[in-house]
Design a binder for this molecule. Structure first.
Ligand SMILES: *Cc1c(COP(=O)(O)O)cnc(C)c1O
Length: 222
């Protein structure tokens, strides 16, 4: 299937409250333009330099989402181009984004990455860390960061029940935050979860943003 026909298929298949992030990392701008021509406007990248480069080459109405592990020393380069950072995984990174956003006089939308997978290697806040951060009042006090939801990645496994359990856990944390420190805050509304192999499970557990790469663009050549 072509890139354009995959975009159209997702546009038809996804429920109205779920948006598609076309994960274009490692693919050339020509491929991204095929998706763009089919109507896709949200693209996800996992490396700062690649996002910045592509943002300069692509039309200006593209919304760039950053989905990879972000180092604090790359925040300054990223901010002018990014619409949403999915992968905020530490308080230190949150502070850094707030400071750099203040420096350029803008507000940046972010998601808090939750660690729900069994794998040790995955980044993100544990449930306890999130509770502590929420209770500290810090999340709602930051002036230049707007926390608009959570992001999660499931364990890389064929066990659908395990994946579903992890997505349900992320959904649960989202609702605890929504009823807690984000009570009455309509900006806090996004749950980013689901990739090529597990997006249907993620949607069943309440995802509002699916991050799809391989199904749209084919295998990546690293
Ligand atoms: C690469 C990546 C994706 C896309 O994965 P596919 O399996 O190619 O759909 C989604 N989310 C994150 C965080 C990624 O790094």
């Amino acid at each position: 299937m072509s890139v354009a026909s995959e975009i159209i298929r997702f546009t038809d298949e996804l429920p109205a409250n779920v948006r598609l992030v076309a994960v274009s990392k490692f693919h050339p701008v020509s491929k991204l333009m095929e998706a763009y021509s089919a109507g896709q406007r949200i693209f996800g990248e996992s490396r700062v330099q690649e996002l910045v480069q592509k943002a300069q080459e692509m039309p200006s109405d593209v919304q760039w989402h950053f989905i990879g592990h972000l180092q604090t020393n790359k925040v300054r380069a990223l901010l002018p181009y990014v619409k949403l950072i999915h992968s905020v995984d530490s308080e230190r990174l949150l502070d850094c984004i707030d400071k750099e956003a203040a420096r350029i006089g803008r507000t940046v939308d972010v998601l808090l990455q939750l660690h729900v997978a069994q794998e040790e290697a995955k980044f993100g806040f544990t449930i306890d860390e999130i509770a502590e951060l929420a209770n500290s009042g810090k999340l709602t006090a930051m002036k230049n960061v707007r926390v608009v939801g959570v992001m999660a990645m499931a364990t890389n496994t064929d066990d659908d029940a395990e994946i579903r359990h992890e997505f349900a856990e992320a959904h649960h944390v989202f609702y605890k935050l929504k009823d807690g420190c984000f009570f009455g805050n309509d900006d806090f509304c996004e749950i980013s979860m689901g990739m090529s192999d597990d997006y249907r499970l993620a949607i069943a557990e309440g995802s509002t943003l699916v991050r799809i790469g391989t199904t749209i663009f084919g295998e990546r050549e690293y």
